[in-house]
Design a binder for this molecule. Structure first.
Ligand code: HEC
Ligand code: HEC
Ligand code: HEC
Ligand code: HEC
Ligand code: HEC
Length: 475
């Protein structure tokens, strides 16, 4: 941008700040997408235009989810129990967001905190209404946000171009979706190639720090650079192929079948057509508790367990001869067989995945143990946790993304890749073989102390989900 224009921009935004107290410190159009895709390799509706910026659209233009539910009742029910429905009200998000507003220091940290609502309350952001009430039915990632996306300018940092109807005037506008032959109804319909591809989800599921560009969440990038993106539309497995085929009994991961879900998007009497496949809207990840999920979520908690239990497999190799050395050495491999991205992904500074390992003798006496959790929910401190650690300006680890300046470590498991962990323990010589080695792969959404600190009395005990388990016997 040319220098004078830039000054004009600053000036305009300064005026906005003074007169309408819109708290944008910098030009929001300058926060560019992480990926600009090469021409020819992108959906037609990834374009070179300006993204929707705060105030371009009005909140009253968007329909509430319940009004979409009138004709799409099944989809509404699925979505209502999802983290997308809860992304604004989510107490954990609110606690962190409010802490950020209070404690962020300096322009670059503040910019990052201002960016949170871009994805967590996208209607609030694009309408310039940054302080929506928690009860607002248009908070969250709602139907009429996703289906009013006409185009994007790339992938990451929410580079959306919205083209809503006008709910206030009962004009449905155009809904963008996967069908090429939907009859027009209260709303018009248009096929959007973008909606059928990972690039749509990647709009929000690839996040960099708004003040210093540090990559914070890289789910799309991990997928893009991984084996599920073959480059061939026939064989690529997109986010939707795993996450929008899941329904109870069909976890639909990389290691299971992902069958079609035939049915209707709208009941036949309301104009729906029988389709070979209806994309489900449960949007299940690893979240199981009603802070991440809305309190009325019925099916998602069990579906998240099913998903996690089809994400990874374990192998154990005993590598030493106990009889001769008195020492048992072994290796446990963790294979990411089910996730289309790193395991875990997303908010990886909080997520925890770790091995719980025990060695017992033929009478069940414990000879070695690691990865156990005490009553307060603390994992034994010797344990390797598979996650990301961010560092702040002083080089100290931090869980507060706005203060993050670099990545200290990242030891997660790549898609279709593996991590090996080695163990050694002394075996007393009076032990009668066989010796049993047992390994369990565990997942928890966050350390318990983080939840306790952020939510105080409202804190909930986070369950530990057993993703995989394996035992072998050795002499
Ligand atoms: C009066 C009933 C009615 C309401 C209200 C309604 N829809 Fe629809 N919608 C339909 C019908 C009928 C279809 C066509 C279904 C088919 O093709 O099988 C449809 C199709 C769609 C499609 C598929 C478009 C495509 O081309 O792929 C999307 C997306 C959609 N609706 C989203 C919404 C959203 C979002 C809302 C709320 C803002 C909403 N609908 C409200 C009746 C309705
Ligand atoms: C996070 C974005 C997102 C949200 C929120 C969302 N959808 Fe969708 N929806 C999609 C995508 C993406 C597809 C198409 C997937 C594909 O083609 O791979 C889709 C497909 C559809 C379709 C076509 C039928 C089908 O399911 O295949 C309808 C109708 C629809 N959505 C309605 C709704 C309604 C109603 C809501 C709210 C209750 C909603 N959507 C919420 C992203 C979303
Ligand atoms: C407007 C931004 C936005 C778009 C677009 C979007 N998501 Fe999300 N998604 C979010 C946010 C924010 C959360 C976290 C909500 C929470 O936990 O409170 C989330 C959560 C999820 C989760 C649940 C994670 C968990 O911890 O359980 C899954 C799975 C998911 N999204 C998949 C998708 C898929 C698949 C698409 C594309 C069809 C998509 N999302 C599009 C913003 C978005
Ligand atoms: C091959 C299947 C597959 C594909 C493709 C896939 N996922 Fe996943 N996803 C999984 C599985 C299995 C899990 C559960 C394990 C986990 O939590 O990491 C998961 C978990 C998640 C989570 C929750 C992570 C956490 O622990 O908080 C999010 C968010 C998510 N996926 C988003 C996406 C997005 C966005 C894409 C596309 C860029 C995508 N997924 C592509 C299988 C897939
Ligand atoms: C560009 C989009 C984007 C921005 C900006 C963004 N997030 Fe998120 N956030 C997501 C997505 C996508 C997820 C889901 C990932 C997952 O579940 O692992 C998520 C998940 C979360 C969660 C986990 C919720 C749960 O219940 O597990 C918290 C907390 C959170 N974000 C806080 C923030 C804060 C605070 C900010 C601002 C400093 C922020 N986010 C900015 C996209 C975004």
């Amino acid at each position: 941008m040319n220098f004078y224009l830039k000054i004009m921009f600053c000036f305009t935004f300064y005026l906005c700040f003074v007169f309408t107290s819109i708290s944008f410190a910098s030009d929001p159009t300058e926060w560019s997408p992480i990926w600009k895709l090469p021409p020819g390799k992108k959906p037609e509706n990834i374009v070179d235009e300006t993204i929707t910026v705060p105030g371009d659209v009005q909140k009253s233009q968007f329909f509430s989810p319940i009004s979409c539910g009138a004709c799409h009742p099944e989809i509404f029910k699925m979505w209502s129990g999802s983290t997308h429905a809860n992304s604004w009200k989510n107490p954990l998000f609110q606690a962190l967001y409010n802490l950020g507003k209070k404690t962020a220091e300096g322009e670059w940290q503040k910019q990052n905190v201002e960016s949170c609502i871009r994805c967590h309350a996208p209607i609030g952001h694009s309408s310039g209404e940054f302080n929506m009430s928690l009860e607002d039915e248009k908070g969250g990632v709602i139907c009429d946000f996703c289906h009013s996306v006409r185009a994007t300018t790339g992938v990451g940092n929410a580079p959306y171009i919205l083209s809503p109807g006008n709910a206030a005037a009962m004009e449905g506008g155009i809904k963008y979706g996967p069908f090429k032959d939907s009859p027009d109804t209260i709303h018009k319909n248009q096929y959007s190639e973008l909606h059928t591809r990972s690039e749509f989800c990647g709009g929000c599921h690839d996040v960099s720090h708004a003040g210093n560009d540090l990559p914070i969440e890289q789910t799309y990038t991990e997928w893009r650079e991984g084996p599920y993106n073959t480059g061939d539309p026939e064989t690529s497995v997109h986010c939707q192929d795993c996450h929008m085929r899941q329904r109870p009994g069909f976890p639909s991961t990389g290691s299971t079948e992902r069958p079609d879900n035939p049915g209707f998007a709208t009941p036949e009497i309301l104009g729906g057509i029988k389709r070979p496949h209806i994309w489900t809207h449960y949007f299940v990840g690893g979240s199981v508790v009603p802070i991440s999920l809305p309190p009325n979520s019925e099916l998602q908690p069990q579906m998240a367990v099913e998903r996690l239990q089809n994400a990874a497999t374990l192998a154990i190799h005993a590598v030493s001869d106990v009889q001769r050395s008195g020492m048992l050495k072994f290796q446990v491999d963790i294979m990411n067989t089910g996730a289309g991205h790193y395991l875990p992904t997303g908010l990886t500074e909080a997520r925890q995945m770790w091995l719980e390992v025990s060695v017992t003798d033929s009478e069940g006496k414990t000879l070695y143990q690691s990865g156990t959790v005490d009553e307060g929910g603390k994992i034994d401190s010797e344990t390797t946790i598979y996650h990301t650690v961010f560092g702040d300006e002083k080089g100290e680890p931090t869980l507060f993304v706005w203060a993050a300046t670099h990545i200290i470590s990242d030891n997660r498991v790549p898609p279709k890749g593996k991590k090996e962990e080695r163990f050694a323990c002394l075996i007393p010589n009076n032990i009668i073989p066989p010796i049993k080695i047992k390994a369990i792969l565990n997942y928890r959404s966050a350390p318990q102390y983080v939840i306790d600190n952020l939510l105080g009395e409202k804190a909930i005990k986070l369950p530990i989900i057993k993703m995989a388990e394996l035992s072998v016997e050795t002499n």
